[in-house]
Design a protein around this ligand. Structure first.
Ligand SMILES: [Zn+2]
Length: 181
């Protein structure tokens, strides 16, 4: 399993089928009590343009955690849409202005392009991007959906677990990212 692309072996556009073993995915989401049960399937379309390498696709996996209400083991399916653009070079430092070959200043951020990442040479490592997408995309809590659990919740017997501060940080971050669109 490698998430490192050899750019020399890619066409102008195409398709990538990758997979991440559950052990790796669990390393990515160590801060959560949710476990990844099966390999995470990564299905990406790619396209080179003069604005970099565009990647777009879906991460798909199954997870296992405890129901937030009744603590029963609860499986869940996760499907995350991801997109990113990779530029060759090094990330600009904050406040640094850059001039491209045509003399235009600045790196124009295309909102449609998603995350902007950087690479150098002809090897491009997707790990950091995919790790962040997976770790931030996982649900913060699971609900089993069983009748007994729902009735328990409706009857006010909800077993509220206090929120781990690390979870709260992620929940806040997620809410903030969703706000920013
Ligand atoms: Zn439940």
């Amino acid at each position: 399993m490698s998430l490192v692309l050899d750019l020399k072996s890619l066409n102008a556009d195409g398709h990538l089928d990758l997979a991440v073993p559950p052990e790796t995915a669990n390393q990515w989401s160590k801060h959560l009590v949710i476990e990844t049960a099966n390999p995470v399937k990564i299905d990406l379309k790619y396209r080179f343009s003069d604005q970099g390498l565009f990647l777009e696709g879906v991460l798909q996996g199954t997870i296992l955690g405890d129901c937030h209400r009744c603590n029963e083991p609860t499986p869940g399916d996760v499907e995350l849409k991801v997109r990113a653009r990779y530029l060759e070079g090094t990330p600009p430092r904050l406040g640094e202005r850059r001039q491209d070959e045509e003399g235009k200043w600045g790196v124009e951020l295309d909102e449609e392009a998603g995350e902007l990442e950087y690479y150098s040479g002809h090897h491009l490592d997707l790990t950091d991007w995919l790790r962040d997408e997976w770790a931030l995309g996982l649900p913060v809590s699971l609900h089993c959906g069983s009748e007994a659990c729902r009735e328990g919740a409706a009857g006010g017997q909800e077993t509220r677990k206090s929120i781990d501060p690390r979870w709260q940080f992620l929940a806040d971050l997620k809410a903030q990212m969703e706000e920013e669109g």
